[in-house]
Design a protein around this ligand. Structure first.
Ligand SMILES: Cc1cc2nc3c(=O)[nH]c(=O)nc-3n(C[C@H](O)[C@H](O)[C@H](O)COP(=O)(O)OP(=O)(O)OC[C@H]3O[C@@H](n4cnc5c(N)ncnc54)[C@H](O)[C@@H]3O)c2cc1C
Length: 420
């Protein structure tokens, strides 16, 4: 690597006068995947950000991620899937149940991967397992993994200079901001955001149940509330996402394990048999945010720094991983052509590659979230008509499934699997 510290530098308190192609800011799943994808296409990469919490430490990360096939293909291309597969559960079907008390109650509907000729829609895996594997690989293959926070970024001529919390500086042609919802990269690049309010929160946890999940994820929707179970590797364990009003979620968080178990059992109504062994619970504010530009001032945004979606339809991280893989394509093209990887042509290529996918997912998930949780009779009626159609018409069901699985644009190279 040109002028970047060799070998990996995890020491603080000294000056770094190096210049790398891309400084990836944020060691969350989107950022680490981007750093690995960029390294794979030959870019000189530094990954900067506090080390992720591990299972050994205390972590608030109780979420799992349902990864679609293209995300799994990226992990395969990064040689990570063999280590992750034993911890992942296939999602063979998704069942949607309208548990509202509305007179316009919609029919139950089941989407089966087999209807599309697929073994599974994707695989569910604990975020912490995924991030641990990604980070271990980053430490193994990246020449610069710097566990410090970025405190400021300034563009100086043809480079961006990043000031780090350990009093050092690092320079890069391009900054890949994967530093989450309160992204400092976004602020320093002068990129504004559009936010949507939901006044809702979500609890993510896991639980044990006596009836096996048969690799089926179930979404139960009620007015202002949805409860989703997602299969885990153990056939008698599922992860849980409970979305509700701020008041309902705060009350559920206050309950002890037995009290929460009772509330969950009441909601599931015997669907998975008797439940026990509720895991640690963490609360997440439901948010909607999209950056008004995906790239500016030698900075591209990816993952939750660029877009936050309500946790419905398992889209958030899948979108972030598509950002990561698309960025690798854009930077690879710049390097092949001998262009500046942080120059305007690369930024424009990234905006073009990601704009439509990000826009359609943020609008689509917003509409879905409002329609599924609505208590307004006209919207309930519209939702009922759509779900009746989906339940009765296999071609419509297949079209919706394809829409959920694939972006409206071509997949990035590292996500094209064996055919790519
Ligand atoms: C309840 C729930 C369930 C979900 N389920 C799914 C699902 O099934 N499928 C799916 O695809 N998505 C799902 N999502 C979305 C998914 O969890 C997120 O999209 C994903 O975790 C975001 O990853 P990220 O890397 O973009 O951000 P983060 O994980 O927030 O990472 C940001 C990183 O940046 C670092 N950072 C912050 N500031 C700085 C700084 N100044 N300097 C350096 N580093 C910094 C942080 O330390 C952190 O490591 C779910 C979300 C929720 C809330």
């Amino acid at each position: 690597m040109r002028d970047v510290e060799k070998p990996r530098d995890e020491t603080a308190g000294r000056s770094r006068a190096e210049l790398c192609d891309v400084a990836v800011v944020g060691a969350g799943p989107a950022g680490i995947a981007a750093a690995l994808a960029l390294a794979q296409v030959g870019a000189e990469v530094a990954l900067i950000g506090p080390a992720p919490a591990t299972t050994a430490g205390t972590s608030r990360e109780t979420r799992t991620a349902a990864l679609l096939a293209s995300s799994v293909d990226l992990l395969k291309a990064l040689q990570l899937w063999p280590a992750l597969a034993p911890h992942a559960a296939p999602l063979e079907a998704i069942r949607i149940i309208d548990a509202s008390r509305s007179l316009l109650r919609a029919p139950d509907i089941e989407f089966k991967a087999s209807e599309l000729g697929l073994e599974a829609f994707g695989y569910n895996i604990a975020n912490i397992t995924l991030v641990e594997a990604l980070y271990a690989r980053a430490r193994e293959i990246l020449p610069a993994v710097v566990p410090a926070s970025v405190t400021a970024i300034a563009v100086e001529g043809n480079k961006a200079v990043l000031a780090l919390g350990d009093e050092t500086k690092l320079a890069a042609r391009l900054v890949a901001g994967a530093d989450g919802r309160r992204s400092i990269c976004r602020v320093c690049a002068g990129i504004e955001v559009t936010e949507r309010r939901y006044d809702q929160a979500a609890i993510a946890t896991s639980f044990h149940h006596t009836i096996p999940h048969r690799n089926v994820s179930t979404e139960l929707h009620r007015e202002q509330c949805s409860v989703t179970t997602v299969p885990l590797h153990d056939p008698h364990s599922s992860s849980l996402i409970w979305v509700g009003s701020l008041v309902e979620i705060a009350a559920l968080m206050r309950r002890d394990e037995a009290g929460f178990g009772d509330a969950l059992a009441e909601r599931l109504d015997g669907l998975l048999g008797a439940i026990s062994a509720i895991g640690p619970r963490a609360e997440f504010k439901v948010a909607g945010l999209v950056a008004n530009r995906l790239a500016a001032n030698r900075t591209v945004l990816l993952g939750e720094a660029a877009h936050i979606l309500p946790p419905i339809g398992a889209q958030g991280l899948n979108l972030g991983l598509r950002d990561a893989a698309a960025l690798a394509d854009c930077v690879a093209a710049a390097l092949r052509a001998g262009r500046d990887p942080g120059g305007e042509a690369t930024l424009e290529a990234y905006r073009n590659a990601r704009g439509l996918d990000v826009m359609t997912r943020t609008v689509g998930i917003d509409l879905m979230s409002r329609a599924l949780l609505t208590s307004l009779p006209p919207l309930q009626a519209a939702r009922g008509i759509v779900l009746h159609g989906l339940s009765a018409l296999a071609p419509l069901r297949r079209a919706v499934m394809r829409l959920g699985l694939a972006p409206p644009t071509e997949l990035p190279s590292l996500m094209r699997g064996a055919s790519g």
